[in-house]
Design a protein around this ligand. Structure first.
Ligand code: GDP
Ligand code: MG
Length: 252
C-alpha cells in the first residue's frame, strides 16, 4: 500500500492534535495537553477506484525548544498542513517563521502546502480575509477554515481534497510520492530514533525490530568469543601434543 507522509505544523494550542484525533479516532479533548516531541497516526483511505492508500500523519509539538527535532521531520513530506487559530492573530503571523523553516528542510520542494484556520466555531475572528487570501496565494495550494471541535465532516472533506491533490500531482508525475517503505522504522531520522520510539504510536513492530537487532548483535559477539576461545584451546592442545611427540625427521 502506498504511504503518504503528511505533517501538521503550527504554534502550540492551535488545535493540531485535536484535528488529528478528530480525523483518525473521532475524538476531541477540551484539555490543553501539549504534544511532547512528535508522533504520528495512520489513516487508511479507500479511493473511488477501490485502491487503498495510507496517510501517515505527523503531529508536531509547535514549541520552540523542540524546533531542532521537529525540523528533521520536514523532509520527504507529500503534504504539509500549516495550522493557525482564527481567533489568535499571532498564530497566523508565526506561520511565516514555520514556513521558512519548512522550506529550508523540504529538500524535494514538491510538497503540497495547505493553510488551515482552525477553531472557526469561536468568535471573534481576528485574522482578516484579505491577509489570509494573500498568504494563501503566495505560498499555499489551498486554504481551509475548519473546527476540530464541532465539525468532523469538514475535516474529512478537507483531507479528501488533499488526497485528491496528491493523486492529481501523482498523475502529473511530479509528486513527491516518496513511497515510504511499509516498514515504519524508515520514517525516523536516525538521530531522533530513540526519541521518536518513545513518543510515536504503533511501536510494537519497531521495538521488536530493535530487540531483534540487539539480540542478533549479542549472539554474534557471543559466538565470536566462543570461537576465539575454542581456537585458543585447540592451539594450546596442539602445542602440547607437538612437545610430547616431536616429529621424527624423515629420510628423503
Ligand atoms: P496543539 O497544541 O496545536 O496540538 O493544540 P490542541 O489540539 O492540543 O488544542 C489546544 C486547545 O484548543 C485544547 O484545549 C482544545 O480543546 C482546543 N481546541 C482545539 N481545536 C479546537 C476547535 O476547533 N475549537 C475550539 N473551540 N477549541 C479547540
Ligand atoms: Mg499538540
Amino acid at each position: 500500500m502506498e504511504t503518504y507522509k503528511v505533517i501538521l505544523v503550527g504554534d502550540v494550542s492551535v488545535g493540531k492534535t485535536n484535528l488529528l484525533t478528530q480525523y483518525v479516532d473521532g475524538e476531541f479533548s477540551e484539555k490543553d495537553n501539549s504534544t511532547i516531541g512528535i508522533e504520528f497516526k495512520n489513516k487508511i483511505i479507500e479511493l473511488k477506484n477501490g485502491r487503498k492508500i495510507r496517510l501517515q500523519i505527523w503531529d508536531t509539538c509547535g514549541q520552540e525548544k523542540f524546533m531542532s527535532i521537529t525540523k528533521n521531520y520536514f523532509r520527504g513530506c507529500s503534504a504539509a498542513l500549516f495550522v493557525f487559530d482564527v481567533t489568535k492573530k499571532d498564530t497566523f503571523n508565526n506561520l511565516e517563521k514555520w514556513l521558512k523553516l519548512f522550506n529550508e528542510f523540504d529538500d524535494e520542494k514538491t510538497t503540497i502546502k495547505i493553510l488551515i484556520g482552525n477553531k472557526n466555531d469561536l468568535k471573534p475572528k481576528n485574522v482578516n480575509k484579505e491577509e489570509i487570501d494573500k498568504f494563501t496565494k503566495d505560498h499555499f495550494r489551498k486554504y481551509f477554515e475548519i473546527s476540530a471541535k464541532t465539525n468532523k465532516e469538514n475535516i474529512v472533506k478537507m483531507f479528501d481534497e488533499i488526497v485528491g491533490k496528491l493523486k492529481e500531482k501523482e498523475n502529473d508525475n511530479s509528486i513527491n510520492d516518496n513511497p515510504i517503505n511499509d516498514n515504519p522504522i524508515n520514517a525516523y531520522p536516525i538521530n531522533d530514533y530513540n526519541f521518536a520510539i518513545k513518543k510515536a504510536d504503533n511501536f510494537g513492530q519497531i521495538n521488536a525490530q530493535k530487540n531483534n537487532q540487539k539480540n542478533n548483535l549479542k549472539n554474534n559477539l557471543k559466538s565470536q568469543k566462543n570461537n576465539q576461545k575454542i581456537n585458543l584451546k585447540n592451539q594450546k592442545n596442539n602445542q602440547k601434543i607437538n612437545l610430547k611427540n616431536p616429529r621424527k625427521k624423515k629420510n628423503c
